[in-house]
Design a protein around this ligand. Structure first.
Ligand code: UD1
Length: 364
């Protein structure tokens, strides 16, 4: 006898996860046989990194916010594991969904596996093959205990196969791109953005927040100097981590006159600025995917990326935090001829929901 309705706990904690949960929660809400409760770890707590996304993307309010806040990685994870364990007792879910590769993701995965509760990982299988990257450790820990894998790309499916993981592996496309494909997309006009941010012509949209670019002083120095020497205006919404680093190192003077700094921006403002940009400079996986969607060439100020498809088609170039390479890549970037929509067609949410239901019916 199949269960009439399954009780699912979704765990989020950091900005990219709110975006992914927004897309999947909409698909889950359309299905009567799934009931979802959202748990927020509290890893991101500033309004413009957290609450604003819940409002703007109309994500159901979290039933719990465990308030783990900022701390060392082990401290964040330990606090969350202990607190989330209690939620698992109260909610007793049929399945837990985690997203991506943050400390929230892997801590939730460990707690769920220890309770023998089925675990679904959205954005499974991505690898950068470098355990020095904190997110890579989170990817490895999470996939080691995942029961059902939702992979955004064929590369991710292949990565899992390389280590013998082939059961319950599903190629779905990238969930965050569902929002961009949807009819609810609400872009600002180019002229409104120009007026609001003082943009005069062609401009670059930039983000920078990875620990290796903020915590290694020389890297931040090279990045800021390179960007200050570009012939473009550059709009740079600043993650608090990067803002702290600039203050700590006294790097305010490295911020060129061509750079327009803003607070972290909402989802649709970010997408609008990206859509009309000539180029993106970023170390964010989310921006790499979104720029690919908008067909905006991207210079990646990181040593590597998991979004191989964007690199292979020529949309993204990996240069690292290197003054000369950043300048060279910006000067030589062109619009590639190929665009295969390799990262998602907007139907990822539907696929995940129907696959989840079949899986739950099968293990019931
Ligand atoms: C985390 C994720 C990263 C993701 C990013 C999205 C990990 C290991 N990293 O990085 O994969 O791309 O979120 O933004 O989980 N801070 C605030 N306010 C906040 C949150 C953080 O000021 O609401 C500051 C604090 O100084 C904190 C620092 O940012 O120490 C870093 O925050 P943390 O959550 O540890 O990592 P992120 O860099 O945001």
């Amino acid at each position: 006898m199949l269960k009439e309705r399954y009780h699912i706990v979704t765990v989020v904690g950091a900005r990219p996860q709110f975006i992914k949960a927004a897309a999947l929660s909409r698909a889950i809400a359309c299905n009567d046989r799934l009931h979802e409760v959202i748990v927020h770890s509290g890893q991101h707590y500033d309004h413009n990194l957290s609450g604003s996304f819940f409002q703007e993307l109309e994500i159901p309010a979290p039933k719990y916010n465990l308030g783990i806040g900022s701390a060392s990685h082990n401290q964040q994870m330990a606090t969350f594991i202990a607190a989330f364990d209690e939620i698992l007792t109260i909610e007793n879910p049929d399945l837990v969904i985690v997203y991506g590769d943050t400390n929230t993701t892997s801590a939730a995965a460990i707690a769920t596996a220890k309770r023998n509760i089925p675990l679904a990982h959205v954005e499974a299988g991505l690898r950068e093959w470098n355990k020095k990257i904190p997110e890579e450790v989170n990817k490895l820990l999470t996939d080691a205990v995942t029961d059902i894998f939702f992979c955004p790309t064929q590369t991710a499916v292949n990565n899992l196969a390389k280590v013998g993981t082939v059961n319950n592996v599903h190629l779905t496309g990238d969930i965050s791109l569902d929002l961009l494909h949807s009819s609810s997309a609400t872009y600002a006009t180019k002229s409104a953005l120009q007026e609001k941010y003082g943009l005069e012509g062609d401009y670059i949209f930039m983000t920078c927040h990875r620990d290796r670019n903020t915590d290694i002083k020389e890297n931040l120095d090279s990045i800021l100097r390179a960007v200050a020497d570009l012939e473009y205006q550059v709009i740079l919404p600043l993650h608090p981590r990067t803002a702290n680093a600039i203050d700590t190192y006294g790097y305010q003077s490295l911020i060129g006159d061509n750079i327009i700094i803003t607070e972290p921006l909402g989802f649709w403002t970010t997408q609008s600025l990206l859509k009309y940009a000539s180029l993106a400079i970023t170390d964010s996986g989310g921006i790499i995917k979104e720029a690919y969607f908008h067909r905006v060439p991207t210079v990646i100020i990181d040593q590597q990326t998991e979004w191989i498809e964007a690199v292979d088609e020529g949309w993204a170039t990996v240069v690292g935090p290197d003054y000369e390479q950043i300048k060279k890549a910006v000067d030589s970037t062109a619009i590639p001829d190929i665009h295969t929509n390799a990262l998602g067609d907007g139907k990822c949410g539907e696929r995940i929901v129907s696959t989840l239901l079949s899986y739950l019916d099968q293990i019931a």
